[in-house]
Design a protein around this ligand. Structure first.
Ligand code: ARG
Length: 257
């Protein structure tokens, strides 16, 4: 009887071992492997920019994306690239998602899945402090304008009658051109223009013109990745409900949404 019991125990132990494949999964490692690679163009303060000291990417979008990732149980890895390269990077599968102050437009929505809007924005104009001619969009006619390539600002600037539009790879470069006197105005997102003037110490520039339009920013995933965009939407809903979204908003804009 004893022998049989021993034999049975040995058999059971063997089958158990075989069943595990010899490599028991460690839960901690599994959790770690859930990485969300997120693309952004980190030259768009206060939404995404590089902290001068820590060299880390920071901003409203970065905090929001990290909170969304956490909510979904993912570790978010941010990488910066040219704004006009973000949608191609999604399409090529080089990144899983993007957050970049990107306006939800019908054109872009043909190529990517947008989340629910997470921020209300609009375009405005930046001119030099001593410029008293340009007060609205109408006054941009025939003028030299600087914009960031691939943006809604670039699209709108190109519609202005007789204007010369100079496209720059980054928004800071467009601002620099204004400072250098190479253009009369920059057409860009209002919150970024305001931040540039208030925080970047651009005392020689000002924002003019009512916001030209109203735009909304969305997080995006590849067209085929509908499961991911649903998870992101759910996470956004949750962050709005639990007050986390508001906390992040207040941190970067100093007021409630
Ligand atoms: N909202 C504008 C757009 O979607 C500009 C966004 C630029 N974003 C950036 N990170 N540079 O075209």
């Amino acid at each position: 009887m004893k022998k049989i019991a021993l034999l049975l125990a040995a058999l059971m132990a063997l089958t158990l071992l075989a069943g595990c494949g010899g490599q028991p999964a460690k839960p901690a490692e599994q959790a770690k492997s859930k990485v969300l690679n997120v693309g952004t163009d980190a030259g768009f303060a206060p939404f995404e920019f590089q902290d001068e000291v820590s060299k880390k990417y920071v901003g409203f979008d970065i905090d929001l994306m990290e909170a969304v990732g956490k909510q979904m149980g993912y570790e978010v890895k941010i990488q910066s690239m040219g704004f006009d390269g973000l949608i191609p990077a999604l399409e090529a599968g080089n990144i899983d998602a993007l957050i970049s102050g990107m306006t939800i437009t019908p054109e872009r929505a043909k190529k990517v899945n947008f989340s629910k809007p997470y921020y209300k924005s609009g375009l405005s104009i930046v001119v030099k402090m001593d410029n008293n001619n340009i007060k609205d969009f109408k006054a941009l006619e025939g003028k030299k304008l600087a914009v960031q390539i691939g943006t809604t600002g670039a699209m709108e600037a190109k519609k202005v009658k007789d204007a010369t539009v100079r496209e720059f790879n980054t928004a800071p470069e467009a601002f620099m051109e204004l400072k250098a006197g190479g253009v009369d105005a920059v057409v860009n997102d209002l919150p970024v223009n305001e931040y540039y003037i208030a925080k970047a110490g651009a005392k020689d520039a000002k924002v003019v013109g009512e916001p030209l339009n109203s735009e909304e920013y969305g997080i995006a995933t590849a067209k085929k990745n509908t499961e991911l965009i649903e998870k992101i939407n759910k996470a956004l809903d949750e962050l709005k409900k639990n007050g986390e979204y508001e906390k992040i908003y207040v941190k970067w804009f100093g007021k409630k949404p």
